[in-house]
Design a protein around this ligand. Structure first.
Ligand SMILES: Nc1ncnc2c1ncn2[C@@H]1O[C@H](COP(=O)(O)OP(=O)(O)O)[C@@H](O)[C@H]1O
Ligand SMILES: [Mg+2]
Length: 419
């Protein structure tokens, strides 16, 4: 089949390129493909009829839509029959549909049954409870979780306009994420500046977080810590800017079969003043991961590593230390030029604190003492040029860029002196 671009289709149909792209997103052009960033439209496609679907049209509200991220790829009728407008939208869709343009209800139900949380999941009782179900019912679970599954970006939308980040915020936050946030202290700022939404970006699931205030660089810092962590060999959840005030933090777990538990839930009762010892006391098997976290936190001036900003991942009865997330409150994210200046003149004195007492520098030295050095915990062969490139890529600017650069280089030297 021959394909044309949205621009060519627009010229042919006497509408704008933008309007054609919107029609693609809304699923109104049959047979489109989207192998990469742009659409391909069958050369023979007819111009879609004008006019929006009206909300007061009862036939319209009976329909649901199968979307890939935020683009309609099929229409789901009341009886669960599916008609694909884009059966070969991309490689994954082609595998699912094998080029068929429609699925009878049984086939769609079977497809959904494979996407819902497994009956054998350890916390299945709790999940069923949250879903308001008293027994395991795959089609119903699919209905309530919108068929969202981390292996692809397909889901069930109630309207053409509904967006994945909204549907996922509802489904994911209430169904899958409760156990991590139940006892967590992830608090919204009083001015409501800290808005989080679950959703997908670039083919991966994660959480969108808005900048805390216009004066902070918490978004840029989050990206910088991710990039630096990667360079130093510390496992950090990927963070990218999604617009100038929003960070997207990528999940590193499959939420349909795995779950996270915040460190907060691993403690009951009082803890000692030494947070490092508290942590390795409760999970000695993560001694290295915890040490790596502390070194990275020292180097990035972390100011927010409390017990709900660290987690373990539960996967089929096995647990592991989860990659670091929520790293934006770091690297002078809300400091004045004066503070930055004082801090880089005296990194040991201005190191940030961890737990009830002690600074990251204290804990770094404690770790080195315990081990007789820092060995291969993190990589330290990072040059000034590397750090510059990271901070530039993250979008830090002005005195915070200069301050972060100085701080990172100086603290890395301090760590090297103990290595
Ligand atoms: N990359 C991630 N992977 C898994 N869970 C995450 C991730 N980012 C955030 N979360 C979850 O969302 C909660 C709030 O996000 P967080 O980044 O800590 O924001 P806040 O700044 O509001 O504390 C976290 O406590 C964690 O449970
Ligand atoms: Mg947090």
């Amino acid at each position: 089949m021959d394909y044309i671009t949205t621009k060519q289709a627009g010229e042919k149909w006497h509408i704008s390129d933008r309007r054609v792209r919107m029609l693609c997103t809304e699923g109104k052009i049959p047979g489109i493909l989207k192998p990469g960033k742009s659409y391909q439209i069958p050369a023979g496609a007819r111009k879609p009829a004008d006019g929006r679907e009206r909300a007061d049209n009862p036939a319209a509200s009976d329909k649901r839509y199968l979307k890939w991220d935020n683009e309609v790829v099929g229409v789901i009728y009341k009886n669960n029959a599916v008609y694909f407008n884009a059966p070969e939208f991309n490689e994954v869709m082609s595998i699912y549909t094998r080029g068929q343009s429609n699925w009878p209800p049984e086939q769609f139900n079977e497809f959904l049954a494979e996407r819902v949380v497994g009956r054998g999941r350890r916390d299945i009782e709790r999940i069923l409870f949250r879903l308001g179900l008293s027994r395991y019912d795959a089609p119903l679970i699919a209905e309530l979780t919108r068929g969202i599954h981390p292996k692809d970006l397909l889901w069930i939308a109630k309207s053409r306009a509904e967006r994945l980040e909204d549907a996922m915020t509802d489904a994911h936050a209430s169904v899958f994420l409760r156990q991590t946030d139940l006892t967590g202290d992830s608090v919204d700022t009083p001015e409501g500046g800290n808005i989080k939404r679950y959703g997908a970006q670039g083919g991966q699931y994660g959480v969108y977080k808005r900048r805390i205030s216009p004066l902070t660089t918490d978004a840029e810092s989050e990206v910088a810590v991710y990039l630096l962590g990667k360079k130093l060999g510390v496992s950090v959840c990927a963070a990218v800017m999604s617009d100038k005030d929003t960070i997207f933090s990528t999940f590193r777990y499959d939420f349909s079969s795995e779950h996270l538990v915040h460190f907060r839930s691993l403690f009951d009762g009082a803890r000692s003043d030494n947070e490092y010892q508290n942590l390795i006391g409760v999970r000695p098997q993560y001694r290295d991961d915890i040490a790596r976290m502390i070194l990275l936190d020292f180097i990035t001036r972390q100011e927010d590593r409390h017990l709900s900003n660290m987690a373990i991942k539960i996967s089929g009865g096995e647990e592991s230390f989860y990659a670091l997330y929520d790293n934006g409150r770091s690297l002078f994210y809300e400091d004045t030029a004066e503070t930055v200046k004082a801090a880089i003149a005296d990194p040991a004195g201005y190191a940030t604190g961890f737990g009830y007492a002690g600074t990251y520098w204290d804990y770094t030295r404690e770790i080195a003492r315990e081990r007789g050095g820092l060995g291969e915990l993190i990589r330290l062969d990072v040059s000034k040029k590397d750090v510059r490139a990271i901070l530039t890529a993250a979008g830090l600017a002005g005195y915070r860029f200069a301050g972060a650069l100085e701080w990172i280089l100086k603290t890395m030297d301090m760590v090297r002196s103990l290595a």
